[in-house]
Ligand binder design. Structure first.
Ligand code: 5GP
Length: 116
């Protein structure tokens, strides 16, 4: 499947759509999910075009997961979460709605289920 350069996250990367950016390095960007299913719900994306895991290079996967790990530690410490749930969807049939690779980092709190 092709990469659409006008998908929402590509537009966030270009600064065309506002977002709450929480972390950035040479290869990745993290920002708050607009409809958080947990307090501190983040999305981590590569800065280079990539539709999803099925389309990703090993370098893109490594960069995204490095940031996911770093921010998982950070949100647990900053927000007092007891754990994190990671979610990642590929293609519409796999539950993907925005077609730029992203990993959800969902901080988890004792006794609190994820919001729908
Ligand atoms: P997925 O592709 O992982 O199934 O769903 C896309 C995710 O992106 C959803 O959690 C949704 O709330 C989030 N999202 C969709 N549009 C925007 C947006 O414009 N800004 C931000 N920050 N998040 C968005």
């Amino acid at each position: 499947m092709d990469y659409d350069p006008d998908n929402i996250f590509a537009r966030i990367l270009r600064g065309e759509i506002p977002s709450t950016r929480v972390y950035e390095d040479d290869d990745t960007l993290a920002f708050m999910d607009i409809m958080p299913r947990a307090d501190g719900h983040l999305l981590v994306i590569p800065k280079t075009p990539c539709r999803n895991v099925l389309d990703a290079s090993p370098e893109q996967m490594a960069a995204v997961m490095k940031t996911v790990q770093k921010l998982s530690h950070a949100v647990m410490k900053a927000l007092g979460a007891g754990g994190v749930t990671l979610q990642q969807f590929n293609e519409a049939v796999g539950g993907q709605e925005v077609f730029h690779l992203h990993v959800h980092v969902l901080p988890r709190y004792e006794g609190q289920p994820l919001r729908p």
